[in-house]
Ligand binder design. Structure first.
Ligand code: S3P
Length: 430
């Protein structure tokens, strides 16, 4: 599908973005492994989260309301999953795959995980390696690095203490979830803080969790109890509309109900450093997660440096921050972000190619990019999505200030995380 976007002037209105992708995945996972009912409100019906739902249905979990944002998961308990009769197809979802490998390692049964072409090329050894030291058994190409991966579950795992070489919530979460099947205490330390939704939700469901700086411990064999989970709006989705409003003249929008977990709000800090014109209103807490409404106006952005420990806190927002940088005064340098090369696509390569196509002066670095600001976006071009939702949406937002229309080829991938993106954008630019 091709998405066509053209300049229409300022954005106006009050909207809500769909539910947080990371929290939605975890609500189904923990809801399934808990005893009793888990009611989920505000679930993201994007394709990635539906891959998680389908996987648990394939393992015998009853889930009501699938396809809507209100679901009820009938938990089967830590040891109640059933052997799936067929391949578990995780589609495009890295989060589903890496977290599920942790869960599958601890089951008593055999399973085979696979996914789409992008997922089949993403590195899984970062989880199968530590999970193997816990006693998990994996078979797959390149030493269990590439899907399809077969898991021969044992039912019991060893508890370990693991120093992760990457600041990745997916790696941390895979080990913590496998740790639920260990006898003792499993510990993971990471080089910088990554999103902490797994530890927060495990604690909320009744697990014994201890967090000490960059270290997290979980006790094996907890009794998890079904809960009500209210999923906040996804800050990673809100970021596209924040930047859209900042770079278009005459904009003023309010995005309601956005999750502002401190391990996810790096984009707020980066946009503050760039002198973005926005305010956080009505700050409150829901289910132990901080939430606010965000009022955003057209902004005179300034170039900045985005690097170091800030990177894991805004890793998914870098493509759209690169679009913001193209309109800022001065140069923006994004570095220490080599993880972008192993996302749904190589996001450094993709952003450099597509921004260049739009007439932006951008220099590739091994670990990021340097963008020269205050550039006129050239329209009348067709951008590629690389089947990556965040690349597709970034290009669409750039189209709002182009001279002539921008088309995005392969825009159906936006459904992976933000199914009503085009509808919301249109509703703001009447
Ligand atoms: C996620 C963690 C991040 C992020 C992804 C979602 C999660 O990946 O990029 O979109 O929900 O745990 P990494 O753990 O690979 O950094």
């Amino acid at each position: 599908m091709r998405l066509r976007v053209e300049a229409k002037g300022g954005l106006q209105g009050r909207i809500k973005v769909p539910g947080d992708k990371s929290i939605s995945h975890r609500s189904v996972m923990l809801g399934s492994l808990a005893e009793g009912k888990t009611e989920i409100e505000g679930f993201l019906t994007g394709e990635d989260c539906l891959s998680t739902v389908k996987a648990f249905q394939d393992m015998g979990v009853k889930i009501e309301g699938v396809g809507t944002d209100q679901m009820v998961v009938h938990g089967v308990g830590l040891r109640g999953l059933k052997e799936p009769k067929d391949l578990l197809d995780f589609g495009n979802s890295g989060t589903t795959t890496r977290l599920m490998l942790g869960i599958l390692a601890g089951q008593k049964f055999y399973s085979v995980a696979t996914g789409d072409d992008s997922l089949k090329s993403r590195p899984m050894a970062r989880v199968t390696k530590p999970l193997s030291t816990m006693g998990g058994e994996f078979y797959g190409r390149d030493n269990a690095n590439l899907l399809p991966i077969t898991v021969v579950g044992k039912g019991e795992l060893n508890s370990i203490s693991y120093d992760s070489p990457v600041a990745s919530a997916q790696v941390k979460s895979a080990v913590l979830l496998a740790g639920l099947y260990g006898e003792g205490v499993t510990e993971v330390r990471e080089p910088a803080k990554s999103r902490d939704h797994t530890e927060r939700m495990l604690e909320y469901f009744g697990a014994n969790i201890e967090v000490d700086g960059l270290a997290v411990k979980v006790e094996g064999n907890p009794k998890l109890t079904g809960k009500k989970v209210v999923v906040p709006g996804d800050i990673s989705s809100a970021a596209f509309l924040m930047v859209a409003a900042m770079i278009t003249e005459g904009s003023e929008i309010i995005i309601e109900n956005v999750g502002l977990n401190p391990t996810r709000d790096g984009v707020i800090e980066a946009l503050r450093k760039m002198k973005g014109n926005f305010e956080l209103l009505n700050q409150r807490d829901v289910n132990g997660e901080p939430i606010a409404d965000i009022k955003v106006k057209s902004s005179q952005l300034k170039g900045t440096v985005i690097d170091g420990d800030l990177i894991p806190l805004l890793i998914d927002e870098i493509p759209i921050l690169a679009v913001a940088a193209s309109q800022a005064e001065g140069k923006t340098i994004i570095k220490d972000a080599e993880e972008l090369r192993v996302k749904e696509t190589d996001r450094i390569d993709a952003m450099v190619k597509e921004l260049t196509r739009l007439g932006v002066e951008v220099k590739e670095r091994e670990d990021g990019m340097e963008i020269v600001g205050k550039q006129q976006i050239t329209g009348g071009v067709t951008c590629q999505s690389y089947h990556d939702h965040r690349i597709a949406m970034s290009m669409a937002v750039a189209g709002l200030i182009a001279e002539g229309a921008v088309e995005v080829e392969g825009a159906e991938c936006i459904n992976i995380s933000f199914p009503n993106f085009k509808e919301l954008l249109d509703s703001l630019s009447k």
